[in-house]
Design a protein around this ligand. Structure first.
Ligand code: ZN
Length: 124
């Protein structure tokens, strides 16, 4: 962790991505880079918007380069994505997902029916 004094110095640089100042964003946040084996925990200032993006893995390669992070390493820092997280976790989520898909199918079928009958009735 950084001391308050260190943090005050670090955050003077503004958001590591967009450069906005502490005041401009209503308080810069401490974004944690994965601890490097040598120098331990590293903290960089980020505005709330970019901090969220950073944690979710949504920063672009060009933005990562600005911070000085290797995009390849960045991907490794993030929690694993893929089949595990995209699958519904609970029965309720699974049900909701199925419901959404059914609703989509029904809408499509409905639209087609309307088209057919509309043509037949001379509406289209
Ligand atoms: Zn920013």
């Amino acid at each position: 962790m950084v001391t308050k004094l260190e943090w005050d110095v670090i955050k003077k640089r503004g958001c590591a991505v967009c450069g906005k100042s502490d005041v401009a964003v209503g308080g810069l946040e401490k974004a944690h880079l994965k601890a490097k084996s040598k120098n331990g925990t590293q903290v960089i200032p980020m505005c709330p918007t970019h901090h969220k993006k950073f944690d979710k893995g949504l920063l672009k390669d060009s933005e990562l380069e600005k911070i000085g992070i290797d995009p390849e390493k960045y991907k490794k820092y993030l929690p694993k994505k893929g089949s595990g997280t995209s699958k519904p976790k609970t029965a309720i989520e699974e049900y909701e997902k199925a419901q959404k898909e059914t609703a989509k199918k029904m809408k499509k079928a409905n639209d087609e029916t309307k088209k057919i009958f509309g043509r037949r009735l001379g509406l289209i």
